[in-house]
Design a protein around this ligand. Structure first.
Ligand code: HEM
Ligand code: NAG
Ligand code: NAG
Ligand code: NAG
Ligand code: NAG
Length: 532
């Protein structure tokens, strides 16, 4: 009884605080935003924005990105507005020119802090800059080169089960095809615990979205032990689920950290080999941190937080993108043949291709780029200005009342969705065929409209890894990993569709399922042995 009264009080307090805050936030400059076109909403209370975040949100996301222009108004709860932005100039302002103004929301920082600790995704400003400074060199080309053998050796092990005919998506990135964790964590048992923890989080994170939106307020409620008590008592299975996952991840990260630190300190060969010969990401990070000057060095807790974040940021993203590529190659058999030919030619039939050769294979590169362009795996990315601001547009847009809008005043705190997909498939940039998957478009020079639009993406004029100071730190790592896996898989196997219909589902990272009703993330393909 006492517990439920307490919960009720918390809930009331949170709603009151939220209402007060938002009433202050969204004010008179609102008339321009109200005039921006967007999909209809038939509820003032609920708005239409949750359709964007829904697991079946694919069609709604496409509708928003393709049918209303470069800036689209979405309705959030109680008449609040959100904007979906795919205009290159506006995106450039958000991610580069005024990067310190358009930050992640406080609720996002708070949820990342709860999930991983003080990691890159939980910090802003100078704190974030300091962390990036420590982490950037870990992802340098020379480290990637040294990591290549680790990639090859782990995939080779996993391809040995070639008697199997169905490639389960969930086995990509752990267990069966455990390549994806090895350059990070190495040890099998740890890898699986991590993998299980992260996989288990699959749907729960989206389900707790409602609570995540209040997290910054919740995080200020009383001392840490009280908050932990509230979380422990919280009567929601998804919240409990996320809590358990967080605990497991933290515990495992600490364990890896301790093991690696001891191994590196001892410099003992046998232990080092066990933990990845010191060439995996975690070891490089630990070494770089102990070599850094006092003022650059990150505290141990932050280092551990980065490890949890890296494992989680690296796995679902890369394995789902690989699944997408395999799905597309199974659909486009001639492309699969051409790609296999290119790979086999460069390896001359005797195994591992070097980093530099692999990186220069034009068709392999084109297939990766085109897949990331047409199917960006991450489409839920939000920024909100820290103060009242103005977003400039590449070209004026026509408001609902017929007036032209040249720039948009954005009240402090208005949530803006980064239109990764919308910008990646903009017809005036990529041409009339922008919605088609056509790797060939990367084999000749890109249209001038693309190169001249100053799209702020770090990678190939695409928004898939976004851009600016908070761009994906692992995009090169991910690209290399995909190329290695594809080169080994295509040299040995052929991929065909089965008669099961495959659907892609919106989540933090999009994932495939069989048909409408399945609850299991998987990508069944017919896998055959390739004999030259
Ligand atoms: C296809 C694969 C991947 C995609 C599409 C992807 C996409 C992204 C995106 C869109 C962000 C920005 C998130 C935000 O601002 O809220 C991001 C951030 C990040 N990614 Fe990736 N990522 C991929 C692979 C990886 C890999 C392999 C790693 C690590 C090895 C990684 C590590 C990170 C980290 C640490 C951040 C936070 C950076 C910061 O805030 O400073 N990602 N990624
Ligand atoms: C496409 O790009 C052009 C050129 O930058 C821009 O003017 C236009 O608004 C963009 N359209 C969309 C839907 O983003
Ligand atoms: C999510 O995880 C739960 C529990 O681990 C599992 O039963 C469910 O099938 C998973 N769902 C997806 C879509 O992977
Ligand atoms: C895969 O193909 C490569 C190159 O043709 C070959 O060296 C390797 O032995 C094959 N691996 C398996 C598991 O068949
Ligand atoms: C996955 O997405 C498709 C397309 O939106 C949808 O039909 C299907 O029901 C979704 N599957 C699940 C398990 O949500």
């Amino acid at each position: 009884m006492a517990d439920s009264t307490l919960l009720l009080c918390c809930a009331l307090f949170v709603s009151a605080a939220w209402l007060l805050r938002t009433q202050f936030r969204q004010r008179s400059s609102y008339h321009v935003i109200r005039n921006i076109p967007g999909p209809p909403s038939n509820s003032w209370l609920k708005g239409n924005f949750m359709k964007f975040f829904d697991r079946h949100g694919q069609l709604f996301q496409q509708d928003v990105a393709l049918n209303y222009g470069p800036v689209v108004r979405l309705e959030a709860v109680c008449g609040h507005k959100m904007l979906y932005i795919s205009d290159p100039k506006a995106l450039h302002t958000m991610l580069i020119k005024e990067e310190t103004v358009y930050e992640e929301t406080d609720a996002f920082f708070a949820s990342m802090k709860l999930l991983f600790g003080d990691c890159l995704l939980a910090t802003a400003g100078e704190h974030h800059r300091k962390q990036r400074k420590m982490l950037n060199p870990v992802f340098s080309v020379s480290h990637m080169r040294h990591m290549l053998p680790i990639f090859y050796s782990t995939i080779f092990k996993s391809t040995c089960w070639n008697g199997q005919v169905a490639l389960r998506w969930s086995s990509l990135g752990r267990g069966g095809l455990g390549y994806s964790f090895d350059p990070l964590a190495v040890n099998t048992e740890t890898r699986n615990t991590y993998g299980d923890a992260i996989k288990a989080m699959n749907t729960s994170l989206i389900e707790v979205e409602v609570f995540r939106r209040y997290l910054d307020i919740l995080m200020e409620l009383g001392p840490r032990r009280f908050r932990r008590f509230v979380v422990d008592m919280f009567p929601n299975t998804h919240v409990q689920h996320v809590k358990d996952v967080v605990d497991t991840m933290d515990e495992k990260s600490r364990e890896i950290f301790r093991k690696k630190k001891t191994a590196l300190a001892k410099g003992d060969e046998a232990t080092l080999r066990q933990v990845g010969e010191g060439k995996d990401i975690m070891s490089i990070l630990i070494k770089a941190n102990s070599a850094a000057s006092e003022q650059d060095r990150l505290p141990e807790d932050e280092l551990i937080a980065q490890m949890s974040l890296l494992v989680s940021a690296a796995t679902d993203t890369t394995s789902n993108t690989l699944s997408r590529i395999l799905h597309l190659l199974a659909e486009h058999r001639e492309m699969q043949e051409r790609l296999r030919e290119e790979i086999l030619k460069s390896s001359a039939g005797n195994g591992d291709i070097s980093y530099d050769v692999l990186n220069k294979l034009p068709l392999l590169d084109a297939v990766c780029r085109e897949t990331l362009r047409r199917y960006p795996p991450v489409t839920i990315l939000i920024r909100a200005p820290r103060k009242d601001s103005v977003l400039p547009l590449s070209e004026p847009i026509c408001g609902i009342d017929g007036t032209m809008i040249k720039e948009i005043p954005i009240p402090k705190g208005t949530e803006l969705i980064i239109g990764t997909f919308g910008c990646n498939v903009n017809k005036s940039l990529w041409g009339e065929d922008s919605l088609e998957w056509k790797p060939e478009r990367w084999l000749s020079p890109l249209p001038r409209a693309v190169t001249e639009a100053s799209i702020p993406g770090v990678y190939s004029n695409l928004m898939s890894f976004i851009g600016g100071k908070r761009a994906c730190i692992g995009f090169k790592f991910s690209e290399m990993e995909m190329k290695v896996v594809l080169s080994v898989m295509l040299s040995n196997f052929t991929f065909e569709l089965t008669d099961k219909p495959i659907e892609w589902n919106v989540s933090g990272v999009w994932y495939p399922t069989v048909g409408r009703d399945s609850d299991l993330a998987q990508l069944p393909l017919k896998v055959g042995l390739y004999k030259a």
